[in-house]
Design a protein around this ligand. Structure first.
Ligand code: AMP
Length: 288
């Protein structure tokens, strides 16, 4: 497995592969590698001859009171996880390589970035769209892989890639979960033992409310209210629990098209997010 710390080195290696007609998949990560990241790498390996993983904790996507400085970092463990998963090249730029002095450009995606996490984490999706846009241009892969765990992020990246005509397919990968339903996340290490026991409630409530909405699509508002109440009672502070259109995140008050139930809630000092598909019974199932 090779390591590139500069954009020039990344480009050289990817150009050599593509020159030989090999397809290249890119998996952007912020490290603290877990089975969710490995599922993205596996999807990339299935579609491409070569897989590049990037490891960059992007300061621009953290708010001033968020966990940029304490974000879990373990380069040695991450590199061995990448190697074990069959990654060909790890791109590990320093902050100065990504944002040299004088850096002045931001990518802002209207619409899908607004509301939900966009409302609770001002500037977050600008930071995400900016760094992903740069990663796509730096690497120029055939496809890039993102988790449905961060569903709004996946749609923001899709919109950005389409709008800016980047010649890269954006692929979504289903969420990998613990046996009790908790979505894997680098931030789960922040949970105390007691919070960890409570955490699966988030996915349980999502599944219950999604089933209830699918069965009684005329009672969406009261189902959502019941879900919020159940999370409050279980010890979560709910930022949002909302039903949105699966394709563009427009608010949904009648279940007529594939939709997504999305939640963000805090438990102690940890903020967890999750989401689940809600499909109207008359619509044929399809991926996003
Ligand atoms: P992160 O390192 O947290 O920025 O995540 C890097 C990529 O892994 C993003 O595309 C995430 O959506 C994806 N990811 C994180 N957790 C999971 C999970 N549990 N299942 C699938 N993908 C995930």
């Amino acid at each position: 497995m090779n390591i590139a710390r500069t954009i020039a080195d990344l480009r050289r290696q990817v150009a050599a592969w593509r020159g030989r007609g090999e397809r290249v998949g890119l998996v952007p990560t912020m490290g603290a590698i877990h089975a969710g990241h490995l599922a993205l790498i596996e999807a990339a390996r299935a579609d491409n001859e070569r897989v590049v993983a990037s490891l960059f904790v992007n300061p621009k996507q953290f708010g001033p009171s968020e966990d940029f400085s304490s974000y879990p970092r373990d380069e040695t463990a991450d590199l061995s996880a990448f190697e074990g998963a069959g990654v060909d090249l790890v791109f590990m730029p320093g902050v100065e390589e990504m944002y040299p002095p004088g850096f002045a450009t931001n990518v802002r995606v209207a619409g899908v970035s607004e509301g939900l996490d966009g409302a609770f984490r001002p500037g977050h999706f600008e930071g995400v769209a900016t760094v992903v846009c740069k990663l796509l241009l730096q690497c120029l892969p055939d496809a890039a892989y993102f988790g449905e765990k961060d569903y709004q992020q996946l749609l923001v990246v899709r919109r950005m890639a389409r709008d800016l005509d980047t010649p890269v397919h954006i692929e979504g990968v289903p969420t990998v979960r613990e046996a009790d339903g908790l979505a894997l996340s680098s931030r789960n290490v922040y949970l105390s033992a007691q919070e960890r026991r409570t955490a699966p409630l988030l996915n349980r409530v999502l599944r219950d409310i999604a089933a209830e909405i699918a069965a009684r699509p005329d009672g969406i508002a009261s189902s959502l209210e019941r879900g919020r109440t159940a999370l409050d009672a279980g010890g979560f502070a709910v930022d949002y629990l909302e039903l949105r259109d699966a394709a563009d995140l427009a608010p949904v008050d009648r279940l007529t098209a594939p939709s997504r139930l999305l939640v963000a809630a805090r438990i102690g000092r940890t903020r967890l997010i999750d989401n689940i598909a809600v499909i109207p019974e008359t619509t044929p199932r399809s991926g996003i």
